[in-house]
Design a protein around this ligand. Sequence first.
Ligand code: IPE
Ligand code: IPE
Ligand code: MG
Length: 233
Amino acid sequence: MEIPKHVAIIMDGNGRWAKERNLTRLAGHNEGIKTVKKVIEAAIKNKIPYLTLYAFSSENWNRPKEEVNGLMSLLNNFLEKELQLLIENKIQLKTIGRIQELPKATYQRIEDAKEKTAGFNQLTLTIALNYSSQNEIVDAVKDIVKDAKENTLSIEELDYPKLATYLDTKDLPDPDLIIRTSGEYRLSNFLLLQSAYAEIYTSPIYWPDFNQSHFTKAINQFTQRERRFGNIS
Ligand code: IPE
Ligand code: IPE
Ligand code: MG
């Protein structure tokens, strides 16, 4: 099989990586940012057009305030420092999730980075921030009901492709490959509808230790799989 068009990653294990080294959880997240940069490079090398990274779930607000604030400031720094890298590599930045609920300065930085990279297509990098697949579906249903009431949508004609236009991922193809690091086997509210036929690859490696060769190994394994989409071989 060909290489995946859209790879989505559940970046997990920063906290355990830090704990093993007697470091703070934030030190783990900080180290995880380095992996983000490596994986972006690896995606470009492997000619993957769409890369989506799950960075902060809507449930992650429940973590201690110190960790949440630390994650927000890491995100701010990343956007500030790496915008140039995105531009130089012709990477378009997108987000999924309720980013309007993020701290205002972060929200504005994201909007600015999106605007400045809007024309690029070497790689579409989507970051899931304050993302919950269930909330995304609820928001879509609300918009669908509204459009139906206003007669701008005919409910009889509603099918999955149409529904997909109401999701945050409307401009992205469904993911072909979902990678989760740190040896966990769950989706944790990530792209539940969009992953209907995604191949799932789990790695035991904690996110800060995940590197380009681990990424390439996942891609290579994907190319060996047979996707049947309900059909037979
Ligand atoms: C990073 O890993 C993912 C984020 C939510 C930012 P974790 O912080 O979940 O690390 P573990 O699972 O506690 O090891
Ligand atoms: C999923 O990881 C969210 C992100 C990677 C951002 P979590 O660490 O929050 O998921 P659970 O709690 O182990 O399911
Ligand atoms: Mg985790």
